[in-house]
Design a protein around this ligand. Sequence first.
Ligand SMILES: [Zn+2]
Length: 510
Amino acid sequence: MRNWLFLLVCTLLSLSTAVPVGAFDKKEPTTPVTLYKADVRIDPTEKRVAGSVEIRFWPKDASRAYLHLYPLTFTEEHKGKLWDELLGKHVGLGTYDSNRITVQGKPVSVKRTGDLLEVPLGKAKTSEPIMLKLDFEMTLPQNEGRMSYDEHALWLGNWLPILAVYDQAGWHLDPYEPIGDPFFSENANYQVNVTLPASYQLASTATDKAATVDSSVRGEKTYRLQAMNVRDFAMVVMDSTYHSLENKVGNTEVRTWYRDEDFMGQAERNQLAAVESLGYFNSQFGGYPYTEYDVVRTGGSINGMEYPSIVFLDGRHFMQEGNTGIITAVHETAHQWFYALIGNNQVEEAWLDEGLAEYASLAFLSAKYPKLGASRVLGRLEYGTIVSSYAEEKLRPWQTLHAFPDNESYSALVYSRTTSMLWMLREVWGEARLHEVLSQYVQDNRFGIASGATWKTLLSEAAGEDSSAFLDYWLKLDGTKQEEAAAWLERQRQNHRNLGQPIKEGQVEK
Ligand SMILES: [Zn+2]
């Protein structure tokens, strides 16, 4: 009787999670949306960015707000292997001044701790919007990381002041760290005016093609950019050696930006990978809601870095023929779902965005580039299933970023271990069913924030039973749960086999 009921519930659940592709309702967020209005002037010769940002938001903590001013991180020297791996050994410091900060038009005195600014809000109410304004001027640091420059471009990741998140757990005030992507932010609308010398071009989180460009002042131009309902705002300022390849995927214009000096054939392969993977993810996980997606060649050695509607790929992926450009373009494109569309706390639960993005990219590679896909899957399984030495060190995927001592453990646990877990599930459920569940996760959480707990609830519902032991074994490396996790997976295999088949008395598993 119990088994009958269980199978019935499974069937109903799997029917209810079968979302037809493209069936998203275009729902708008119900809570008031924060608006960032920035006006900046960029001097590519002096590597200077100066201007102001006004942030209109509904405070969740009436007494104060916190702003991350991440560029402050790069005005000071950082020592150690992890910083060297992120920034390179030859680092030029940047400068950052933010001397005037007002709340509702009145200057306030703020408290700075590291790259964090505490702004008193006076007599704010959580029911009314408040306006915070900040003037800033910075010169870019020179390093191998997410915000820097070379002779042809300035790439600006995590450059604009951004509100820290306040939720049921309180304030999330994590500093910039040299491991993982130490960011956590909520969706907002952005209106950004950028003034540049006339000979420069720009690609950003906004729909750049739809920007109005004011060229009324001789020798310069001002882009008026808009990005609605995005988690952050990044951009790259490029000189005239940059060109773009463009293809339309559904409603989205995909553009890969490359340089004269690059190997054109590889730029084309990167563009094809971005185009095909965007189309594949649309079909598997629900439609991409933005009308432009830029893949931009930068300098540095960041490998790849995701931002909403724009990703950075460093020059090594463009200079010669190879698969790394394809692999990185696909992984960063997967982040357009797992990080950008569905946010999460990337400091506390990096496995959630990295693991799901890497799984999704392996699923795409396996479908479109089978040989490459198979070798990538094998690699992830190899690193993701043999982790006893990490368990001995009490390391695990589901832990905060600063608990990872090095990039090797971070990669093996956050990427390979989580991907291996999802690949196991794929093998027992089949691709279609796993992707239905992922698609449900996307639909439930798009434009919002998900958590490991969100995923656990969804997985348990889809499985028809509590998934704690399975997740504890895979993501918390709890060895005491190994047998239980294996049994859980085996039951999933049996149940999946039985699903959709006529069930006769006596045929039900014992
Ligand atoms: Zn990633």
